[in-house]
Write a protein that binds this ligand. Sequence first.
Ligand code: NAD
Length: 481
Amino acid sequence: MTAPSGIPTAAIATDFFHLIDGKLVSSETCLDVINPATGQVFARCPAASRAQLDQAVAAARRAQSDWKNTSYTERADFLSRMARALEARQDSLGELLTREQGKPLSQSQAEIGRGGGQLIGLSQIPIPVEVLLDNEQQHIELHYRPLGVVGIITPWNAPINLALGPIASALYTGNAIVLKPSPYTPLTTLKMGELMRDIFPPGVVNVLAGGDDLGQWMAEHPGISKISFTGSVATGKKVMASAAATLKRLTLELGGNDAAIVLDDVDPKAVAKKLFFACTVNSGQVCMAVKRIYAQEKIYGPLCAALAEEARAAALGSGMDPATQLGPIQNRMQYDKLVGLVEDTRRSGATILAGGEIPGGAGYFIPPMVATDLTDDARLVREEQFGPLIPVLKFSEVEDAITRANATDFGLCASVWTSDIDRGAAIAARLEVGTAWVNQHRATSPTVPFGGAKQSGLGRQYALMGLLGYMEPQVISVLKQ
Ligand code: NAD
C-alpha cells in the first residue's frame, strides 16, 4: 500500500483487508480513516480497484450457482451463525465502530450485538409459492427466484445496522453479495467481512472498501443484478442513472426530513424527553431522526422550554467516554454543513433557545441546538440537517400542520403525538410518508416493511415485501392434458 506522507505510520492501524472469493486481500491504494472525536487519521485500509471489483463479481457469480440451490432453512442457519459471531464480537467491533463513526460505545455495541436480530428475523419469513389457478385445464403457480449477485452500498451513519438488513435479505433469498461501506467508515464492515469468511462458502460474501467511484462501478457493473443502496437522495439518483443501462433492480433507502406533529393534549415535558432523543440520537445522524417539530399553540412555549432544557443537559463528548450522550459529527464535510446551518439560522433572526455556539478544539463537535420563530422556508426546516439542530414551529389548526408536514419532496417517516390515539392514527394516515407513527418515532422491526415515499426511496426493506425485492417473480403455467 502507498503511505501518504506526513503521517506517523506506527500509530496507524493497517490490519484491514477486502474479502474477495474467500480470501483477505489488499490493494495498491488506500483510504485514510479519521477518528471524528480527534479529527486525526487513526487507521488505513485498502481501496479496491475496478479489477478487484471484477474479481469479486466473478467470484460471487460462480458461488451463487451453488448457493441458490441450498434450502431456505440452510441459508437461515448460516445467518444465525453469523448473528452469534457478531454477538460474541460486540465489544471489540463496537469499539472500532465508535472510533471510526463517533457514536457512544454503548450504541455501537448495541448496533453489533443486537444487529443479529435482523439476520434471524428476516430469515424466519417464509417465501411463498402461490397457486394462482388450478382447474381441469390449467395449473398456474407464482414462484420467486434469486436475482444473482446483489451489490450493497452503505452510508457512514450506521454502517453495520444498515448493512445487516440487505445482507440478510440477499443471502436468505439465494443471492451472493458484494458489500461496499462508506469510505468514511469502512473498518468495522471489513472486520465483519473477516468474520463472514469463516461462516459462508468462498465467494458468496465479498466485501470491498473504496471511494465513491467504487459505488458507481458497482451500479454500472453488468455482473450485478441488483443494487441495495442506503444513502442520500442525491446519490440515490446517481445510482438509479448508473443502473439504467443494465436495468438493475433497485432498493433505495434515502434521506428524510421527518416531521413530528405535537397536539396540545399531551404532557409537553414527557413528550420533549422522547422527542429530544428522537432528534439527537447518533447526534441526529439518523435517516429517520425527527428533523422538524410542529407544536400546537397552547403547548408550543412549554415544549420549546423543555426541549431546550434537555439540550442544555445533554453530555457532548467522545463516544469512548461512558458519560457521553452525543458524540461528534462523523466527518468534516457534514460538520461544515451543520456549522453553516447554525450560522444561517442565527442570521435569519430565529430565536436560539439552546446551543448555537460551536466549540473550538479538536474533533467535530456540535452542541444540540433548539431554534424557534423560524419561517417555513428557513434552510433548517426545508433541508435534511442530519445533525442535532432542532427547529420547532408553531401551528394552531391541525389541518395546517398536516399541510406543512407534507410540503416537502422527502417522505421517509413522521409521527403524531397526542393522548387521543384514534385521532392520532387518523392524522398519521394523512401524512405522505413510508412510516407514520403515533406517540413514538424510530420503531422498526425486521417483520415490518420500511422505506420512503416520494424522493426518500424506492421499494422497501424488511418483511416479505422487502425480501421479494431481492427476487424475481416467475410464473409456472402448465396446460394439463
Ligand atoms: P452518500 O449518498 O453520500 O453515500 C452513501 C454511499 O454511496 C457511500 O458508500 C458512498 O461511497 C456511495 N456513493 C457515493 N457516490 C456514489 C455513486 N455515484 N454511485 C454509487 N455509490 C456512490 O450518503 P452518506 O452521506 O454516506 O449518508 C447520509 C445519507 O444517508 C443521509 O441522507 C441519510 O438520510 C441517508 N440514510 C438513509 C437511510 C434510510 O434507510 N432511508 C438510512 C441511513 C442513512
